[in-house]
Design a protein around this ligand. Sequence first.
Ligand SMILES: [Zn+2]
Ligand SMILES: [Zn+2]
Ligand SMILES: [Zn+2]
Length: 170
Amino acid sequence: MTSDTNPASVDEAAPVGFQEHDHQSCVKTALVSAEARCEGEGLRLTPVRRKVLEMLLQEHRALGAYAILDRLREEGFGSQPPVAYRALDFLVQNGFVHKIERLNAFVACSHPGASHSPAFMICRKCDAVAEAQSTPARGVLGAAARAAGFEIERTVVEAEGLCPDCTEKA
Ligand SMILES: [Zn+2]
Ligand SMILES: [Zn+2]
Ligand SMILES: [Zn+2]
């Protein structure tokens, strides 16, 4: 079978990040659900992992590893790069955080828990990032893959442009 086991979760979620929303409850809800998922799946959300996730949730913006390390240092978690990298590895591997290849930076997942192929919209002016869902098994790429007898397992979709705020100011 294909890796697209949960198609229903893919198309319906709206992109999160650009539009006005209750950000405080957005951060809180995400942290609570991350804690619940870790507990349910026996994953250890250590204080430093939790802190990194919280930092990324505070922003709807990509942060580089060094920015994360700086903040960890300010928060008293020490200044050893492996501390930040290990926490990021854990968060990425378990789907709480995505890596934005284009920026070599990290962003908190807007739809954690759902298995999905994220599609990122990255503002070139302010680095704001919104996450939408892509359905690589469908659409043009899916058709091309089927024609080639290729089974898509993972895609990276990173669109660059201007967010609504920056468009307004332009
Ligand atoms: Zn928010
Ligand atoms: Zn995601
Ligand atoms: Zn912008």
